[in-house]
Design a protein around this ligand. Sequence first.
Ligand SMILES: [Ca+2]
Ligand SMILES: [Ca+2]
Length: 493
Amino acid sequence: MPTGRLPARPLLAGAALALAALVLLPPVEAQPPAPALFCEVYVDAPACAGGDVGCDTCHTSAPSLNPYGQDLSLHLLVGEERPLHEDLFSAGLGDALAAVEALDSDQDGYGNLAEIEAGSEPGDAASQPAPADCTDLDDQDEWDLCGYDPDYAYKKVMIDFCGRSPTLAERRAFEERSDPSDALHEALDLCLDTEHWRGRGGRVWNLANKKIGPLKAVKAGRDSGPIPLADYDDDYAYFVWTQTDGRDARLVLTGQTFVSAWDRGGVTVYEEWDRSPTQDYEQRGHDRYQAVEKERRAGLLTHRWFLMSNTMFTAVPRTTAAQAYRAFLGYDISRLQGLDPVADEPIDYDDKGVGAAGCIDCHSTLDPLTYPFSRYEGIGGGNPQAPSYSYDEDRMDWFVDTDGADVADTPEAGVIFGQPVEDLLEWAQVAANSEAFRRATVLDYWVMLLGEPPRGTEQGQYIALVDALADEHGHSVEAMLHDLVDTEAYGAP
Ligand SMILES: [Ca+2]
Ligand SMILES: [Ca+2]
């Protein structure tokens, strides 16, 4: 069970917030302030360590509620007409939270408050508080079950990063070292240079799968498919390059060069290059060349494959922006994550009905997020004179026939995280410097190495890595990994 009680609720802060909501916010059906309000009440809850809780605390998916959300709804302003105005919701949430604390909404045997304090999900029976008492079974087990164990961590580093168990001789040598920490980090440095970790098809390479979404049928270049449209090897190689050798991981979104992966005697070598579209066309041909001029490039966001597979033929490429937001910033808008509504949006330049009830909550975030992507051509549909996958300032003018006259008014300027940006380059800068980017970056490796997202009790260790990525680590993934293998989450058996 959790060791300490949370401090009393800061009612004044909650009241001030509710008052602010009363003055400022329009009536809507979804309740964007809920995650922040929850953490105003449960300041020290592990789930609030990074700011707001996720929407999945109360929702299964929008607008469906999980059992905890349902109990909250039943106790929230009973008798008041639904949907609730946001100001009423904000004012009433505190009492509703208190009213359901003693219930066990998901019926997993743990009360809601106990779950919130322990960092498990009160609305998910599969999520339960971890046993707090560690039972040391030293007599029966070679590992120290209650804390960080260097021998265990060493073995895990060898398997995770080198792809093999240490030999008996290596294990003996490690055990005999008087400075196990130094020995561990030396092993990690060696493993970070192995093919298993950084080679073509290695662990870092595969970490990009969900970001890139490879599709053999339309691959160009090596192992090309029947309809070669673009070569995602460029994207994989570029991604691995940004994650290795101490490079700044923000280059994923902000870099303006390209990278190719070459096999040199069984070792993958990553080679940065910087050709113009014309030069690349001449060198690699029409089905592979990168078509965006250097001054308009924003890392993977403007790579040919990304524009081909996401923008395709669409005028206002919402899919592209949503994929960028999900893949690189960890926010899935379809699951109500990362909502940051912009006033008077969506304007619906392309007449898609995005202003309708039920759409407006997501699109007031997604559409302004999308505008900066709108000048980058996909497979086609825009200016027939402009090459596919290139930047074209006047691109929107060419969609009037298919998307209506207003589409030509779609701005290039947009908004991300509430911050106005002029174009995709500014969008990428704001994104790459955000905490969301650091969280998503660390989370990728955390899940890869530990098999699941940080548990409630591990939030502190996770957030420490997220913060350090910007400071001590200088956005180097390898520096972050050196700290990750020192965490108890990694090194406690
Ligand atoms: Ca429960
Ligand atoms: Ca639970």
